[in-house]
Design a protein around this ligand. Sequence first.
Ligand code: SF4
Length: 77
Amino acid sequence: MEKEIIKEYGHDGLTIVWKPKTCIHSGVCVKALPKVYRPKENPWIKMENASTNDLKAQIDMCPSGALGYYRNGEASQ
Ligand code: SF4
């Protein structure tokens, strides 16, 4: 089986986990938080442009489950 690629982005005690192979490129995240999700930039997630609560609420809406997060020091969810 192919190994899952997992990218992590951290800011202010929160880590966002993104699985590029799981992402279905629905663009839901980009529409919800255009200042955070910038597909043409590298890194493409600019966490500093939204509050932790806004990030979490948006991540919960990712339709494919490609996005996840954990508070630093806690287990990944
Ligand atoms: S919302 Fe989820 S599935 Fe859609 S583009 Fe963003 S990361 Fe990918």
